[in-house]
Design a protein around this ligand. Sequence first.
Ligand SMILES: *Cc1c(COP(=O)(O)O)cnc(C)c1O
Length: 238
Amino acid sequence: MERPCDDVRENLKRIRETMAQAAVASGRRPEDVRLLGVTKTVPPDRINAALEAGVTMIGENRVQEFLEKRDALRLEGAAVHLIGHLQTNKVSRIVGLVDMIESVDSVRLARAVSDASVKRGLVTDVLAEVNIGREEAKSGVFAENLDEMLEEIRLFPGIRVRGLMTVPPILETEGEKRAVFSQMYKLFIDIRGKNKDNVVMDTLSMGMSGDYREAILEGATLVRVGSALFGRRAYPAR
Ligand SMILES: *Cc1c(COP(=O)(O)O)cnc(C)c1O
């Protein structure tokens, strides 16, 4: 073993405990909140250690990086999500290889995913990415445009909208973090209440290493945890 992965297993145990406590504190069962291990820049042996230790979902940011690592991963029974910004010209390379695309933020991208899926006889699960902090440098649709986008993309035959995803602004206090996650939760519940055809709304993906506890307390059903699980990334992603 050239790379002992005990740290990954220990981190996983701690994260699961925190997640379970937060789930219970928010009136849910621990199994109602799922963990997605974010594997950008993480080498395959450490990803495999996490998979062996019981991680059932991983998320990659970049199509190219995932394709390079894919053959070395032991993915049987595990789901892969694409969580990074996706360019339309890369869609056909990734559709069919991932279980969900969490970063759909435009009608154009949704249409490309749908078309590529139809071509392969598939329906791809997607989340609508919301730019909840209205940050210029970030992708995601603004909250006020979400409904309009969903009304259009829900008609596309090759995708199924399963919920919302967000990468919120970097915030300091617990109160600030919870306020933003709570905004997302309201949006999620509001759309779910409209019972749109072909919009399932069972997944609210929010919370990362620094704020997954707060996200769960405010209703996240899926948290995306990278550095708290695998350690600090050796080189910057993207
Ligand atoms: C990198 C990344 C994460 C995980 O970030 P950590 O702070 O390392 O947990 C989650 N979601 C997205 C979209 C990311 O790019």
